[in-house]
Ligand binder design. Structure first.
Ligand SMILES: Cc1cc2nc3c(=O)[nH]c(=O)nc-3n(C[C@H](O)[C@H](O)[C@H](O)COP(=O)(O)OP(=O)(O)OC[C@H]3O[C@@H](n4cnc5c(N)ncnc54)[C@H](O)[C@@H]3O)c2cc1C
Length: 445
């Protein structure tokens, strides 16, 4: 039986395995997914997790529950020696071991792309994982609690009530809008904190936000955010963030208790650099349009496939300047579905089909009842765009079990309000027990 190794069980990896289960006959191939995480994360929901509109566990999909015929291994792949078709599996706290495969699918995604700006690595947090979204949610609430116990006008109180988001792409703008909306809801619980004390700033190096929507739509979003007290600084760069004080190249200075970095992604460098697979100048594994890996000369690398953010897949619609698909979920899911079909075709000696997907448009949730939607020339902002965002993503969430949890959670929140209790103490769960636990008396000499 051929052995198929999938590196990464995120969007592209999960869908590849899920569809392989559907297309492969019993006994036709063995499929293994390796991911350090036991779940696929629905990243478009992270801003809503950060704002308390979606419960964190509902925004992830358990691999073991939904991949019934796939072997799931929770570990990292730390090396791919494709010349010998073997990968190094590194389990947490255990010895590395080798897995020999016939076909490999690299779907290890991307990581936050940062620049060497002093203080960012030490004080900021990304928004690329469920853990980061939970931390952002807890920090916002905890900062309100701390600020409320400090005198009005004190430096620390101002800092705790200031949120900075860096990067005006979709993820950054959604995060800003969602957190602003979460803060408005929190103000109802903190009568001693005034609206004017809460500061929300987004720093964007370019002259516009959200390149996925038209300029007029992006300008409407800017206006909406400004009316809601969320300030976007265009043509501005972060120059320094030492000790959590964000300084911009325009001379502004914002001490902040929560700095979220969403200024771009790059292909997972550890997986790409730990492999002998060909890559392009931006560090992505190069594929041809049928998702099989090729080198710079266009020679096929037999038995290797890639999809999602880690791959440079040709965009056959010809819509983009660099000729490759942009890193987004729309592509990751559809590439994975095509990849699974193509893999089965190749195993059966049939011809694979090129990946072709025309952009469907974009929807963004910008906080409760605020959104943006663009499809071709048609654009919407406001309540109906927000409904479109919820409708699209509620249904796009994989598996009915997960869709149900998310949609039911929204219904709960409509009647009960979002749950804004923070449990940041979960980061040190043994502290309370340890404080009172009896210990053996030291032995007398
Ligand atoms: C906040 C946010 C909002 C977004 N909103 C949208 C949106 O509205 N619409 C849209 O189209 N796109 C959106 N995206 C982009 C979209 O989510 C990504 O393009 C998509 O997740 C890429 O899928 P992927 O499978 O390539 O990577 P991922 O889904 O990130 O999966 C990669 C997987 O690889 C695993 N992995 C990493 N290292 C290893 C290793 N060494 N060994 C094994 N496994 C490993 C990871 O644990 C992870 O599970 C958003 C992204 C973010 C961050």
């Amino acid at each position: 039986m051929p052995k198929i190794l999938i590196v990464g069980g995120g969007y592209a990896g999960f869908y590849t395995a899920w569809k392989l289960e559907k297309h492969l006959r019993r006994g036709e191939a063995e499929v293994v997914v390796v991911d350090p995480l036991p779940y696929m994360t629905y990243l478009p929901f992270l801003p809503e997790v950060a704002s308390g509109n979606i419960e964190p566990r509902h925004a992830v999909v358990s691999l073991r529950r939904h991949l019934k015929r796939t072997r799931v291994i929770n570990a990292r792949v730390t090396n791919i020696d494709h010349a010998n078709k073997t990968a190094t599996i590194s389990p947490e706290g255990g010895e590395d071991w080798q897995y020999d495969y016939d076909q490999i699918v690299v779907t290890a995604g991307s990581v936050s792309r940062t620049f060497p700006i002093a203080g960012i690595a030490d004080n900021a947090i990304g928004l690329k994982s469920i853990e980061e979204a939970v931390a952002a949610r807890d920090t916002l609430v905890r900062n309100f609690e701390r600020a409320a116990s400090l005198p009005v006008g004190s430096e620390l109180r101002k800092r705790l009530l200031t949120v900075i988001v860096v990067g005006g792409g979709f993820a950054g703008i959604e995060t800003l809008g969602e957190l602003r909306s979460a803060a408005n809801a929190l103000l109802g619980q903190f009568p001693d904190i005034s609206y004017d004390e809460t500061q929300f700033h987004l720093i964007e190096a370019m002259g516009r936000i959200m390149p996925e929507v038209s300029l007029p739509t992006s300008e409407k979003v800017l206006k909406d955010l400004a009316q809601r007290g969320a300030h976007v600084h265009l043509d501005t760069q972060v120059a320094d963030a030492t000790d959590g004080v964000v300084k911009t190249n325009t001379g502004e200075e914002y001490p902040s208790g929560l700095i979220i970095w969403t200024a771009g992604v790059m292909a997972n460098p550890k997986v790409v650099n730990g492999s002998d697979l060909p890559r392009e100048q931006r560090g992505r594994i190069t594929t041809q349009a049928d998702l099989r890996v090729v080198d710079a000369e266009g020679n096929l690398v037999e038995g290797a496939w890639a999809a999602g953010d880690v791959a440079a897949v040709p965009d056959k619609t010809g819509g983009l300047p660099d000729g490759t698909c942009v890193p987004n979920a729309q592509h990751a899911v559809r590439q994975a579905k095509q990849l699974a079909k193509n893999m089965v075709a190749v195993i059966r000696g049939e011809d694979p089909v090129d990946y072709y997907h025309k952009n469907l448009g974009a929807v963004a949730g910008l906080g409760l009842y605020h959104g943006a939607f663009q499809s071709g020339k048609f654009a919407l902002t406001g309540f109906f765009a927000w409904l479109a965002h919820r409708g699209y993503h509620g249904l796009a969430m994989p598996t009915w079990e997960r869709k149900w949890r998310v949609i039911w959670g929204w219904v709960h929140n409509f009647f009960l309000g979002r749950d804004q209790v923070q449990i940041s103490k979960v980061q040190e769960p043994r502290a309370f027990f340890e404080e009172y636990a009896s210990r053996p008396k030291p032995k007398a000499d």
